[in-house]
Design a protein around this ligand. Structure first.
Ligand code: CP
Length: 316
């Protein structure tokens, strides 16, 4: 949460650009709301009209399968109209600025902007420049934040392990380039996870100041000991200036989660991954597709978490 995330007139969440500093009560309220929406959907399988007459714009300047589709579905299941803004064929290609694009869409009475951009701080920048009541939701900015992924990961863990205080959660992989890791850390720390560990090659770890409250464990086998939840992360080659791992095979040998390594964690350990997967690079197919994997459940939960966020921000 940043200063522009809060409404001036109330403590209602105005935008969602980060989970940093978002109070536990606010996170829990969103998770509870997602739970209620999920129960209702599973019971009735009917669209709601909570956002009837509202328009949600997906502004994705970076590619996405899960986040974009689930925001699209979430908005439609709430009765909103959705614009999946076509960046490549928009006036952005003629040089129109981000702010002018925002104000142009605002002039058409769009109510919510879901923004993904490679530059850190883009969603926060737009949140500071909206002129009307529209809200901005960060769908991932550079390696800074992916707040709805952090929320859906917390939501998925809570459905299986409601008492966070006794949990050992391990986040492993390319943490340096991961906005998911940062948002997961903010959410899980705030919700009081007992032991939060991170594991990565030294050159894929950010400064310790960016890992507040985390135990850093270099050796993956040691890090797995007693874990209740493992969140594996993808190597984000698109954000690397140069090759930061010698080879994918060498990386897999040291940091890949395979069946042998999974046995080092607790027998009922949950395996998570935000996707997309690099199979046999950070995770073995035998693990990703195993009964312990919650990877597809995370995807499904994302729709209800995003429905919760949209209703919260749009004041329903
Ligand atoms: N987890 C996630 O953000 O996936 P997408 O890039 O497919 O949206």
């Amino acid at each position: 949460m940043t200063p522009s995330d809060l409404s001036n007139t109330s403590r209602r969440l105005r935008h969602l650009t980060s989970l940093e500093h978002l109070p536990a009560a606010q996170i829990l309220r969103l998770l509870d709301r997602a739970e209620a929406l999920q129960q209702q959907w599973l019971r009735d399988r009917r669209k709601l009209d909570l956002l009837h007459g509202r328009t949600v714009v997906n502004l994705f300047f970076e590619s996405s399968t899960r986040t974009r589709t689930s925001f699209d579905l979430a908005a439609k299941r709430l009765g909103a109209d959705v614009i999946n803004f076509d960046i490549a064929n928009s006036s952005t290609s003629k040089g129109e600025s981000l702010i002018d694009t925002l104000h142009t869409l605002e002039a058409m009475y769009c109510d919510a902007f879901v923004v993904r951009h490679k530059v850190n701080g883009t969603a926060e920048f737009l949140a500071r420049h909206v002129r009307g009541p529209a809200c901005v939701i960060n769908a991932g900015d550079g390696n800074n934040a992916h707040p709805t992924q952090g929320l859906l990961d917390a939501y998925t863990i809570r459905r299986h392990r409601p008492d966070f205080s006794i949990l050992r959660v391990l986040i492993c992989g390319d943490i340096l380039h991961s906005r998911v890791a940062r948002s997961d850390i903010h959410a899980l720390r705030t919700l009081g996870v007992g032991n939060l560990r991170v594991c990565a090659p030294a050159n894929l770890l950010p400064a310790e100041t960016e890992l507040p409250g985390c135990e850093i464990v270099e050796d993956f086998d040691s890090a797995l000991d007693g874990a209740d939840v493992i969140i594996m992360l993808r190597l984000q080659k698109e954000r690397m200036q140069q090759a930061q791992v010698p080879s994918e095979q060498a990386y897999y040998a040291r940091y890949g989660l395979d069946a042998r390594r999974l046995r080092l964690a607790r027998p009922d350990c949950l395996v998570m991954h935000p996707g997309p997967l690099n199979r046999e690079v950070e995770i073995a197919s035998a693990v990703a597709d195993s009964a312990q994997s919650c990877i597809l459940e995370q995807v499904g939960n994302g729709v209800f978490v995003r429905m919760a966020v949209l209703t919260e921000l749009l004041g329903v």
